[in-house]
Design a protein around this ligand. Structure first.
Ligand code: S3P
Length: 434
């Protein structure tokens, strides 16, 4: 499904509630939440495709999930020891988090399965996860460390101390989950810190886990089931924030959004660029900070974003790149190579689509340069989303500054992370499905 965006709306003053729940926490609410035997509720579980894929796979492993109402899921888990031992094919579709976190569970619990994914996921690197799991004693069958991956051979996991070679929360999480399930101690050391939802969730459910200066130590633990509330997805909120910044004389308050420090770095960066944004942390729910974000239309200036921040803004780089185009001066985003192995090659997606819009950018030696100074675009544009949810949404944000029409292909992929995205984007844009 393509989407055509016509005239942008102006003078928007809104309070936005009920953002779909955070994708990263949603995956963990089922994958980690189901490890102990028990019944619990998940509130605000998002219906985005990636999270539904995790849900279906957990059902295949033996969990029972009941939609009590729009907002509440009831989960009945038999506990990891009682999971089915031979589950056949687990289709992870487009979801890197599902496949990587499940690999930790499967080898630690010796569950026979064949993990597969869509065209995009089948091309993505799995060596980063297979290598450390093999060091622990995991046995996998696959070709060139890509999907399909078979876990039919017996694994026997041991404790390890592992220094991460790639800054990836998915890899870190899979190792912690594998150790937890295999009842082995583990120390994982990160060079650059990544999102810490796994550590927070494990601690909330009773694990003996300690985090100190980029070193995470998990000791043999038993978890217990507890209810989990999923705050609004801060990475989805990012697009609404971007729209409001670029809109004319507008202001928005986003309610009950995840404000975990390992996820909100892009807000500091946008502030450094001159954006008028304020956060109001209201409470802690299952260990996660939750609150409101207030943002107003702003004029931005280009900045240089240091490499050490890349893992904490990894999902927001397409959006920051688009905003940089409308900032004064050049923006440099250092060390963006991880973007090449996301749902699509996002470096190409950013550069090629900016070029379509007449905006200059280039990639050099790992870094991304975006030339700012644009106020409005005035031409009919076709955006190639590359079937990548974040490329599609970042360029929908850009369209607010296009005086003519913007066509974005494969908008349906936005449902990967932002279910019902049209409803939220339509607060700012006149959009029609084509
Ligand atoms: C995620 C981690 C990040 C992120 C992805 C979700 C997670 O991936 O890009 O959208 O939930 O752990 P990497 O671990 O590959 O950096």
């Amino acid at each position: 499904m393509d989407i055509k965006i016509l005239k942008a709306k102006e003078h928007i003053h809104k309070e936005i509630k009920n953002l779909p729940g955070d994708k990263s926490i949603a995956h963990r609410s089922l994958i980690i939440g189901c490890i102990p035997k028990g019944t619990y509720n998940i509130y605000n579980f998002p219906k985005g495709n990636d999270c539904v894929v995790t849900l279906k796979n957990m059902e295949k492993l033996g969990a029972k999930v009941i939609y009590e109402d729009e907002y509440k899921l009831k989960v009945i888990s038999p506990g990891i020891e009682e999971f089915k031992k031979d589950v056949g094919v687990l289709n992870c579709d487009n979801s890197g988090t599902t496949v990587r976190l499940l690999l930790g569970i499967l080898c630690a619990a010796n569950i026979k399965a064949v993990l597969i994914g869509d065209e995009s996921l089948s091309k993505r690197p799995m060596k980063r996860i297979l290598e450390p799991l093999r060091l622990m004693g995991g046995v996998f069958e696959c070709s060139e460390d890509k999907l399909p991956i078979n876990t039919t051979k017996l694994s026997n996991l041991e404790s390890i101390e592992y220094l991460m070679t790639v800054s990836s929360a998915q890899v870190k999480s899979a190792l912690l989950i594998a150790a937890l399930v295999a009842k082995k101690d583990i120390v994982v050391k990160e060079v650059l810190s990544t999102r810490d939802h796994t550590e927070i969730m494990m601690k909330y459910l009773g694990a003996d886990i300690k985090c100190k200066e980029n070193s995470i130590t998990l000791e043999k633990s038993n978890l217990s089931s507890k209810d989990i509330f999923i705050p609004g997805d801060i990475s989805s909120a990012a697009f609404i924030i971007g729209l409001c910044i670029l809109a004319k004389e507008s202001s928005v308050t986003l309610k009950d959004v995840l404000l975990n420090p390992s996820r909100r770095k892009f807000i500091d960066i946008l502030k450094d660029m001159g954006a008028d944004i304020n956060m109001d942390i209201k409470e802690t729910r299952n260990g996660e900070l939750v609150g409101d974000i207030k943002v107003k239309s702003s004029n931005l200036k280009g900045i240089e974003i240091e490499a050490k921040y890349t893992p904490s803004i990894i999902d927001e780089i397409p959006l920051i790149s688009v905003l940089a185009a409308f900032s004064e001066g050049t923006t440099i985003i250092k060390s963006v190579d991880e973007l090449k192995v996301k749902e699509s090659n996002r470096v190409d997606g950013i550069i090629n689509n900016l070029k379509n819009c007449g905006i200059q950018s280039h990639y050099d030696n790992g870094d991304l340069f975006i030339k700012g100074g644009n106020s409005y675009i005035s031409k009919d544009i076709n955006i190639e989303s590359q079937k990548d949810h974040r490329i599609a949404m970042a360029f929908a944000v850009l369209s607010i500054r296009n005086l003519k029409s913007t066509n974005i292909n494969h908008w349906e992929y936005t449902n990967i992370s932002f279910p019902n995205s049209i409803k939220f984007f339509s607060e700012f844009l006149n959009m029609v499905e084509t």
